[in-house]
Write a protein that binds this ligand. Structure first.
Ligand code: 4AD
Ligand code: MG
Length: 429
């Protein structure tokens, strides 16, 4: 009977078959070891010369790294073994013998590994990161589905810019021009008026001509939007959400995080409420350590690190200058140079993982903003309708999955947090 390694616990003492790939193998005279991986786990298969047919035993050395192999044997509990079980092998068959698998245990440069991403994802650490990603995504969906939100996914082909024209991907849409979505937000504002509490979750695109460890060209974003929420309600929702996904992931993916060497201590502190800092206060903190910082500017990555280093959990910065934020942000009535925006900065130098805020609900103000941002009013007529027909206060945010995965895993670069990253200068494999 063929079983998955993750199910070995139910088959102790039974004769079974495993199918997978040769992760590691070694011989020591009368005994040979094969660590097989099948994607659900790793299992050491032990071949003892005295117990199996000689021809089979002698054929063991034909096994190469990443050959596909089927092994039969009896399952044994082995507390010292990584998965807790071993197979006392009776026989094996090489399904396809892999020759010269390009990724060996020696060090490879990032370019080489990225060119071989389709093979690199088989390695233990990449496998662990992508399992953490899958858990975070499951947690994202459960959080919103469990709180009465309706999933209303946004289109990918769009007629207009949501997050500024400088990072738009232009493409043809038959005889017209279309842009790949930078954010589903504008559509969520429409569905919020139909369903109250909504979210979308999908790929978004930014033509960012820069190579940093935080930027992808194609990244996944979850974007909730809630009718009648204000800026403060929005931050409350965001902190409960982040606490939920982090705490669930460190519990459910403890083994993977351990393999990644992630220190869990700082993650245990990711509990609401998170500190809230006004932009003016944040700007003063930065100015003290970075005298070149100009008050009124957006924060660079090192500036965000200055702020986050002052706290032991994620921190909100709110009321950014309107000039550095998107057109849809509602202005602060007390200080119209500021807007009702909030970013969430992750600890340990991981920077902004959430951007959001309260939306401008006045038709007149929104028209002014669209003109100030040199956007084309005609493209936004449908969006303006939301202010014509029962306008309502509302707020929402977007969380970038890859930056969140990088932070939770404690890894440096977002390129390892998505199965097949699209980067500036890389669209392969
Ligand atoms: O701050 P951003 O641009 O906000 C929006 O797009 C809003 N429309 C969201 C909303 O309110 N519904 O992006 C939100 C998040 C960032 O905080 C970051 O985590 C991620 O998306 N992000 C990126 N992640 C990887 N690569 C990039 N190039 C990213 N740009 C943004
Ligand atoms: Mg942002």
């Amino acid at each position: 009977m063929k079983i998955w390694i993750s199910d070995l616990k139910d088959h102790v003492g039974q004769a079974i078959e495993l199918k997978g790939w040769a992760y590691h193998h070694r011989s020591s005279g009368k005994i040979k070891f094969l660590v097989l991986r099948d994607g659900t786990g790793y299992c050491q298969c032990v071949f003892v010369k005295a117990q199996i047919e000689e021809a089979i035993f002698n054929n063991f050395d034909q096994i190469t790294q990443e050959s596909s192999v089927a092994v039969t044997g009896v399952v044994r509990a082995e507390p010292r073994s990584p998965g807790g079980f071993e197979l006392t092998a009776a026989s094996f068959q090489i399904l396809q013998r892999a020759e010269n698998f390009p990724i060996s245990p020696k060090e490879h440069g990032p370019d080489f590994l990225m060119n071989n991403r389709h093979l690199w994802i088989r390695s233990k650490l990449q496998h662990a990161v992508l399992r953490v990603r899958a858990e975070i995504i499951a947690a994202v969906r459960d959080f919103f589905d469990g709180r009465g939100f309706t999933l209303t996914d946004a289109p990918i082909f769009t007629p207009s810019a949501c997050e500024g024209t400088s990072t738009l991907f232009k493409t043809k849409y038959f005889d017209e021009t279309a842009f790949l979505s930078q954010s589903g937000q504008l559509y969520m504002e429409a569905t919020a008026a139909a369903f109250g509490k909504v979210y979308c979750f999908g790929p978004t695109f930014r033509a960012e001509k820069s190579k940093t460890r935080r930027h992808l060209i194609e990244f996944w974003m979850v974007e909730p939007e809630v009718a009648f929420n204000d800026l403060w309600d929005n931050m409350e929702l965001a902190e409960q959400f982040v606490e939920y996904i982090v705490q669930r992931t460190i519990t459910n993916r403890a083994e993977e995080l351990k393999a990644l060497g992630r220190n869990i201590e700082p993650m245990l502190k990711v509990k609401a409420p998170f500190p809230r800092v006004h932009y003016d206060e944040a700007a003063m903190m930065i100015k003290k350590e970075n005298p070149d910082f100009l008050i009124g500017d957006d924060f660079g990555a090192p500036d965000e690190t200055i702020i986050s280093s002052k706290f032991d959990r994620p921190v909100f910065v709110h009321h950014y200058p309107s000039a550095v934020k998107a057109f849809y942000m509602k202005q602060d009535e007390k200080d119209p140079t500021k807007c009702l925006s909030c970013d969430l900065l992750a600890p340990e130098g991981y920077g902004e993982i959430i951007g959001g805020g309260q939306r401008e609900e006045s038709l007149e103000n929104l028209l002014t903003r669209i003109k100030e941002h040199n956007l084309n009013t005609a493209d936004f007529e449908w969006f303006l309708d939301l202010r014509r027909y029962g306008s309502f206060p509302h707020a929402g945010f977007g969380l970038g999955i890859e930056r969140t995965v990088a932070w939770v895993c404690g890894i440096q670069h977002v390129r390892e947090t998505i199965p097949f990253p699209r980067l500036y200068g890389r669209n392969y494999p």
